[in-house]
Design a protein around this ligand. Structure first.
Ligand SMILES: O=C(O)CCC(=O)C(=O)O
Ligand SMILES: [Fe+2]
Length: 293
């Protein structure tokens, strides 16, 4: 069986618990098993239930089960940014494309460092027709590629130069989530200069790959039931912005994560600040105050 078919996924990893969102930006989260989610994806839209069989709404922060979503779902259930590194036999199918081979800093980091500092860098997006990723740019100014494995997906991209016309952006031109324009239905009161921005549109099909350089904004919508894999990269073009983002802007978060990481916990002579942060959550707050106030 084709490894990357829905059938293979159901058979080999169908028991996995997954969390789906009502769009990349949604606070409506649902939890259930992958097998039931794939059945939901493959149902014709007119017969698709509101929630996949066996799935339950969960609180986005605590994961605790909810009777009803806290807001209206803005799209069908979407398995967003699922960590492909959980499924090691599949990760190997996604090396860097030829133009990034040997120059992606993230590939050269020790796996433990990468996990502790940076979390995950290879993602799957899986969903039915209509799966929605609202306009955003990616975390920490990474470059990314999206590889279409099953189905077709439509993308609208904008250059970072146009970002202020399309979204609330921070000092580094990075979008603040949930605040960008919907390019398919722009709110011209909030984004009066939307039509001055230049959109680039494309549809990617099975076997095609779209490379999105650091800070390019993108909006994606599934045209069919599909699977997309995306992989991050950092090279000399975005190193400065990436480093600024992970090591300066997110320093408190980063230190909290490092201090709790297994490799530090196991290490008998960890620095005093790491010990303190581990034992004392107030320590982290204090550090945050020091850095930000
Ligand atoms: O496929 C999608 O819905 C969005 C992909 C994306 O935003 C990404 O890989 O950065
Ligand atoms: Fe993205």
């Amino acid at each position: 069986m084709d490894t990357w078919s829905f059938g293979w996924m159901k058979e080999k990893i169908g028991d996995l618990m997954v969390t789906t969102y009502a769009s990349i930006d949604s606070n409506v989260h649902m939890r259930g098993v992958l097998r039931d989610y794939i059945d939901y994806i493959l149902q014709p839209p007119e017969r698709r239930p509101e929630v996949a069989r066996g799935f339950r709404y969960v609180d986005p922060d605590t994961g605790v089960e909810l009777q009803a979503p806290r807001e209206k779902p803005d799209g069908p259930q979407y398995l967003v940014s699922w960590d492909l590194e959980e499924i090691s036999e599949l990760t190997e199918d996604f090396p860097q494309p030829y133009f990034m081979r040997g120059r992606n800093l993230l590939d050269q980091l020790h796996p433990v460092t990468k996990r502790a500092l940076l979390n995950k860098h290879t993602w799957i997006f899986m969903g039915p027709a209509g799966s929605l990723s609202q306009l955003h740019n990616d975390h920490d100014h990474i470059h990314t590629y999206v590889a279409q494995v099953v189905g077709r997906k439509h993308f609208i991209l904008f250059s970072p130069v146009d970002a202020p016309l399309l979204a609330d952006v921070d000092y580094a031109g990075h979008t603040t989530t949930r605040k960008s324009v919907d390019p398919l239905n722009p709110d011209l009161e909030r984004f009066p200069d939307f039509y001055q921005a230049e959109p680039y549109e494309c549809t990617i099909e099975k076997g095609e790959l779209l490379f999105m350089p650091s800070s390019w904004l993108h909006h994606a919508i599934g045209l069919e039931a599909g699977i997309t894999v995306s992989k991050d990269s950092v090279d000399h073009h975005n190193f400065g912005r990436w480093f600024q983002s992970i090591a300066v802007d997110k320093l408190p978060k980063l230190m909290g994560r490092i201090s709790k990481h297994q490799s530090f916990v196991d290490f008998p002579h960890s620095p005093a600040w790491a010990d303190r942060l581990r034992r004392d959550s107030e320590g982290l707050k204090e550090l945050q105050r020091l850095l930000w106030e």
